[in-house]
Design a protein around this ligand. Sequence first.
Ligand SMILES: Nc1ncnc2c1ncn2[C@@H]1O[C@H](COP(=O)(O)OP(=O)(O)OP(=O)(O)O)[C@@H](O)[C@H]1O
Ligand SMILES: [Mg+2]
Length: 287
Amino acid sequence: MTGFGDAADAAARLHDAGYLPDDAIATVVFLADRLGKPVLVEGPAGVGKTELAKAVAAAQGAELVRLQCYEGLDEAKALYEWDYRKQLLRIQADTTRAWEETHDDIFGPAYLLARPLLRAITAPGPTVLLIDEVDKVDFEFEALLLELLSDFQVTIPELATVTATTRPFVVLTSNATRELSEALKRRCLYLSLDFPGEQRERDIVATRVPEAGAALTASLVRVVRSLRGLELRKPPSIAETLDWARTLVALGVDDVDEGVLRSTIGVLLKHRSDVDRAVAHLAAAVP
Ligand SMILES: Nc1ncnc2c1ncn2[C@@H]1O[C@H](COP(=O)(O)OP(=O)(O)OP(=O)(O)O)[C@@H](O)[C@H]1O
Ligand SMILES: [Mg+2]
């Protein structure tokens, strides 16, 4: 169950996996799969970047291998490292053997700890490699990714060059906290995600929180959208819309009014200044 036939097939299968794509998303996913190119997904927090990779894996029946990026991430944590403890034990146990023999042994596959990038390349079946929040790594690491994404191979000096048997479907996500290199971008198809249109956001709520019902869903989505119009520091994203829908269901609310918004606003807004601004515009937020 791999390979998308066309963009419509990609859309339908993502949908079945619980992810509602628009045309641009479905087209990029189809093309990335067909052309064997990584997708770079950029956009604000909570608009479905990470979830897209998970949905592609589910839609293709593929294994998801995730590399969470952070500042200072290095090869040893991303690619592979030698299991020093095990090597040391082996050396201690091998006192009577020639060093050359021991050396060959302890730099064999049994002593290698494969990290996500190597695992994604060596996985026997279809794989989706999620390189999450790639804008957090430094330039050196970006160079390493570049090499990997060009050749889909990893050279382990003591052992061999490992080449991917089946290329993983690669998704890189970025919050755009910094510009990525042109070289990295060139290797990828670019997908910019933003807040969805009103109907798609309603559909997303209907898929993820069906208990909310159509009427409540319509009104809560309307309120969230009007909050986004307020020039907030951190406008509520899809993640907050879903949290709020669950909150309202838990409270047994069936329509949103000023009082409800006021008492649950902490689910939607996470900055004091945003809350103040929203409260000052309550009349506009709850039409
Ligand atoms: N198109 C969609 N269809 C269904 N659910 C969606 C969609 N987009 C986003 N979601 C839901 O919104 C929530 C946030 O998505 P996700 O975690 O992927 O955001 P993100 O863009 O990776 O955010 P961050 O930058 O904070 O990591 C998830 O619960 C996800 O299921
Ligand atoms: Mg994410």
